[in-house]
Design a binder for this molecule. Sequence first.
Ligand code: GDP
Length: 460
Amino acid sequence: MLPPALSDTIVALSTPPGAGAIAVVRLSGPAAIGLTNEVFRGKDLAAQPGHTLHYGTIRDGAQILDEVVVGLFRGPHSYTREDVVEISTHGSDYIVRELLALLVRRGARLAEPGEFTKRAFLHGAFDLAQAEAVADLIAADSALQHRVALNQMRGGFSRELADLRQRLIDFAALLELELDFGEEDVEFADRTGLIKLLGEVKTLVQRLLRSFELGNVIKNGVTTVIAGRPNAGKSTLLNALLNEERAIVSAIPGTTRDFIEDEVSLEGIKFRFVDTAGLRDTEDVVEAIGVERTRQRVQQAAVVLYLFDLATATPAEVAADVAALPLPAGAVLLLVGNKLDEAPTATVAELQAAYPDMLLLSATSHQGLEELRQRLLATVRREGLDAGAATIVTNLRHARSLEVAAEALTAVQQGLQHGLGTELVASDLRRALHALGEITGDISTDDLLGSIFTRFCIGK
Ligand code: GDP
């Protein structure tokens, strides 16, 4: 028996709205083929097998609306596992609007955002984590983001997690059985086996949690703050990296009052560059706010590019600036000497002796810019931030559930160690199972499903 929500047939435009070469209107549900057949003139669609294409016209009474190609997918061999029809029309808003209205008049219902994917999930085509990866895949705009989303959509860590969860469920069932026997003091569940399994599950959960940090970087980019004194050339460098006139460049110190940021994908890895107002003590109120914000932004950085002006800097000044920098734990600091074209040879030699890792460049002539890009990539790779492993968690919801699971698993482990009553251990175990089940959707509520699928676009 299908839930009532699945007994109707939904329809939506599945391509972006607006004029285009073609538009695809998609239907899913028991009446998808029958409904289309009523307005389609060509072959009898009801008699056609799945995975076939049919040319014909869409008619509203005697009026021809468009010449179309209809794609037929018979359930369960379709995205939603239901009968699905995809009507490719000419990409006109008018045609699409009329076609949708026509199909709705015939009994279809306009789909809600993400409803096709939700149906696929409800029919067991994939688990919740995979469904969410579909949204990530559509939103992916870097090669790495794409790879992680695709991996997750094709199973990713879901399978691993589901397998371990099933084994935990088996143990939980034995523990519950012991509880049923109450006073009789029997042990069905083998404690050594359980402890071993708990260790395995916890290792995976912790690995996934660690990967979340990485996943976040992949989704949102490596936050790279460009800091330095006013006039060091930060905005010029940002422009050079972004290849456009994004930040204002001026010769007056303190022009960049606020941070400006933009993303650049270098060899498939997304970097989010943040240009900061000069880090200096100032009397100017507006500028002081900028300086404060800079300090906050630096705190969120994965990489800090500290830029100084080779034309004026001295080793003592650089040392003082670096020491005063509020570098967050785990962030990588790259020292960059700018204005190489104007730098006195003696200063360069002196600084190089003091800071052998320092990069030298000229933001205006782009000399040394490619070395900087390579150094950034090398840094990220060394930190493992580009690992395209299957087991990368990018979803905050998953991370939250994993945290709860890890905490509950620890409680189970400790309970067993300290010989706590079966009842308490079983309850912690249930909590862990619940949290893990939320990730894959084995345990889900309408609210949860609603909040996930409404983030999809309509037609997906
Ligand atoms: P910010 O305050 O750190 O953002 O510095 P800007 O990017 O606004 O640059 C300050 C001044 O230094 C501008 O006049 C830039 O044209 C100049 N400048 C930046 N980079 C270089 C460089 O590599 N060589 C030279 N000669 N001047 C530069």
